[in-house]
Design a protein around this ligand. Sequence first.
Ligand SMILES: Cc1ncc(COP(=O)(O)O)c(C=O)c1O
Length: 377
Amino acid sequence: MKITSKIVHVGGCTDEKTGAISTPIYQTATFRHPALGQSTGFDYTRTKNPTRMAAEEAIALLEEGAGGCAFSSGMAAVTAVLMLYNSGDHLAVVSDCYGGTYRVLDKVFSRLGLSVTFADTSDVRTVAAAVTPATKGILVETPTNPLMKIADIRGIVALARRHGLHTIVDNTFLTPYFQRPLTLGADLVIHSGTKYLAGHNDLLCGLVAAREKELADRVAFIQNSTGGVLSPGDSWLLIRGIKTLALRMDKHDSNARQIAEWLVRHPRISAVHYPGLDGHPGKELHDSQASGYGGMLAFEVDEAALAPRILSRVKLVKFAESLGGVESLITFPAVQTHADIPPALREELGITDRLLRLSVGIEDAGDIIADLAQAII
Ligand SMILES: Cc1ncc(COP(=O)(O)O)c(C=O)c1O
């Protein structure tokens, strides 16, 4: 079956009694035991819940993994993966990662003895140079957030395998509809499901899928032990959102291509970062590992004073954090999503006070362009 069909049928219900098409919300904390020593397969919702299980099976199916786990936020999913490692271990992590991932590594896991080297993952040689005898994993985002740099997933997997490390890919920006890292050899995929998977800016959730059952079981053990699980109601909303993922991603992608091309020609825009543009340094590599470019782009304006002016003038496009929902959102990474990255490092990475990030929604592309046109003055 093609992924478009798989997406529509996620979370299908197998209730013979009623024939319900949609998996119900099993709003229960606990489950009655049939008899001493017996279980229905469900005992307590932190451990396993039928609605959450349907969401977990969905992510495993779409990412082509052996198992999946659903968490109460993307950061809970990132945290559960980081908990696979021990004090004294080291990770190589994409340098312009999501600011929250930087923060949890820098402020929380560093206290617990997990060390990190941030590396430009668009060059496998830079990642190789960051590997030490203590390294246990390489964490990449591709495209990166917000600069849309591309990492060579196959190249990083090869490097990781030579050293016996995990390859972890945060696949939030593209979703399994456009990119399936586990099929390229990655060990773990992480999602902020809050974004494209749920797709409507109405819930927080996080997902992990693992290529092998042993690793999926270890993440599930951490999930049950630490408890950051997705609620039954939000699991249902996530499944509902996923069902239109293919339609939404195609529209995000075609809108973003048109907007990126329009921005390139705008006299006040000095750079546009979008992997679908000819001339993007990672385009060819991206095309070799993904089937679309998605709806995220970043652009630089020609003077710092213009950035806040655009944020105050947009109308259809909302000035708000987050991404991946049906509504177009614009953010100022240096002061919002990436504020926790120290200013000098931000500047070095190119996350300047002239850079804005646009999550292109599924409105009419002409309307989004008209809104940007009246704002960029
Ligand atoms: C790439 C990426 N990973 C992880 C996260 C964290 O997800 P959440 O906000 O659902 O905790 C985000 C949030 O913006 C993100 O953009």
